[in-house]
Design a protein around this ligand. Sequence first.
Ligand code: RP5
Length: 158
Amino acid sequence: MKVGIVMGSISDWPVMKEAETILKEFGVEVDKRVLSAHRTPYELEKWVESGPDNGITVFIAGAGGAAHLAGSVAALTTLPVIGVPVKSRSLGGFDSLLSMVQMPPGIPVATVGVDGARNAGLLAIEIMAISNKELTDKLNAFRKKQVEKILATKFPED
Ligand code: RP5
């Protein structure tokens, strides 16, 4: 089981590495690429289509601006695709968000929040955990730790 992480530019990496970090924490293997829907469409197609043979079960696609990367990936596969709208220089990521979340019916992209790569990683883990008891156990332990952390919160004045 492997997650394919693709981003339109290396400038997306500071955001997208959050997905890799959480996936590695859960022991999930990652195949990461910089491939663009408009600059390298043929190479993108080749990589997505070879995904199942390379063990990929979920894709995460991050891009900014007219962010058609996630939709392009989803058009080429029936594996689940999670989109990460990356904050753009001109419109702050609102453009990226709408480009991803407003996919026309028929080709879904599960879009997380702007720069939400960590949640994209967690969602990929939840999808894979459906058929993987070890991952389910790890998710339960992860959630338990979050609960403990919140309940142990101290105010700075106390
Ligand atoms: C998109 O354009 C990329 O995903 C990136 O978020 C944005 C800007 O790309 P660069 O100009 O930094 O290469 O294709």
